[in-house]
Design a protein around this ligand. Structure first.
Ligand SMILES: *[C@@H]1O[C@H](CO)[C@@H](O)[C@H](O)[C@H]1NC(C)=O
Ligand SMILES: *[C@@H]1O[C@H](CO)[C@@H](O)[C@H](O)[C@H]1NC(C)=O
Ligand SMILES: *[C@@H]1O[C@H](CO)[C@@H](O)[C@H](O)[C@H]1NC(C)=O
Length: 313
């Protein structure tokens, strides 16, 4: 997540380097701040925004207009989204103040497409988490009912049991915490790969990992995979990891990095002419079955225009 003041953004956008590496195409635009992205097995795309509690639904093979799913009650925005099993997702909803970069009334919901039409899934609240003020990225532990959620304000990882409807703090560590003044954001994106929890810390620029148990607790010390420059308005956001352990990391304002499991950084795409400001990415396949990244992106204008860009790898 990146929340910002409009004036700061314009200067960042115009300062960005123009560089062509990969083919990028705009798939959709919609009003609001695109925050996170997930993919269904049928190739349809789900995008969350902090400006509505409705998920934007996009059939990338069809028209470029998104459909709004039914709103989640008691919320005005959605941050993290993760697929728990085929056609069954979890999202983090809340009442956001984007100026303060903080929320109240955070809750985790499941979104079930298994027995419904594509645009009318069943929503169910799992838990309220009133203590958190920034429940940001979500991920899950394969083979369990545990959803992990990052708290960017205190630098913690919540473990939420989607079956038992309970939650607790599984990890709290300095490597996850923000530095500097509020409203800086610490841990942002999180993903589980190969029994490790990978994370991006937006303000410190650390991309790191913890070995974790099947219930989400750290069972060893943090390891820094690589270090980026970090600041309030530029730096790493959410990311995806492929089968080989390569991470595709969105970097504000206009870059996507690839980082291999040894920490080697590579620029995949960079420049305001190439890609809009990315908040998150998901790996998928294009119309010809080719490997692509779908990115939730924003155009730095007033009002902000959210959207989806596709990067052909
Ligand atoms: C979506 O399609 C319309 C009509 O074909 C076109 O005018 C518009 O530029 C497209 N938008 C994007 C983001 O591709
Ligand atoms: C948000 O939480 C407060 C405190 O628990 C509660 O009073 C309020 O009704 C909640 N707001 C919504 C929209 O659910
Ligand atoms: C959001 O926070 C700002 C700064 O504290 C405050 O001025 C504003 O009233 C808040 N907005 C809402 C909708 O609560």
């Amino acid at each position: 997540m990146k929340l910002f003041i409009y004036a700061t953004l314009l200067s960042l956008a115009s300062a960005a380097a123009v560089e062509k590496r990969e083919t990028v195409q705009q798939l959709a635009n919609f009003p609001g701040f695109a925050e996170n992205i997930a993919l269904r097995h049928n190739g349809h795309i789900l995008v969350t925004t902090l400006s509505t509690s409705s998920i934007h639904y996009l059939n990338a093979a069809g028209s470029n207009t998104t459909t709004l799913l039914q709103p989640i009650p008691g919320a005005n925005g959605i941050s993290g989204i993760v697929e728990l099993e085929k056609d069954f997702f979890a999202v983090a909803a809340g009442i956001w103040n984007t100026t303060e970069r903080r929320e109240t009334n955070a809750s985790v919901w499941t979104v079930d497409f298994r027995h419904t039409s594509p645009t009318h899934p069943t929503f169910k609240k799992v838990v309220d988490i009133p203590e958190t003020t920034v429940l940001n990225g979500l991920t899950s532990i394969p083979g369990t009912s545990i959803v992990l959620g990052s708290d960017s304000a205190v630098g913690a990882i919540y473990a939420i049991d989607a079956k038992d409807r309970t939650y607790s703090i599984a990890i709290e560590d300095g490597a996850l915490a923000p530095t500097g003044p509020t409203p800086n954001l610490g841990v942002n994106g999180i993903k589980v790969h190969d029994s490790k929890l990978y994370f991006s810390n937006s303000v410190t620029g650390v991309f790191g990992r913890f070995p974790i148990s099947r219930s989400g607790e750290a069972i060893g010390p943090v390891e820094t995979v690589t270090q980026f420059s970090g600041s309030v308005d530029s730096g790493i956001d959410d990311f995806a990891i492929d089968e080989e352990g390569n991470a595709y990391i969105s970097f504000h304002p206009n870059t996507i990095f690839k980082v291999d499991s040894q920490g080697q950084q590579e620029v995949i795409v960079s420049g305001a002419q190439q890609i809009r400001d990315p908040t998150s990415v998901v790996l998928g396949w294009g119309r010809k079955g080719d490997k692509v990244l779908y990115a939730s992106v924003n155009t730095l204008a007033d009002p902000i225009i959210g959207g989806v860009d596709v990067v052909y790898l």
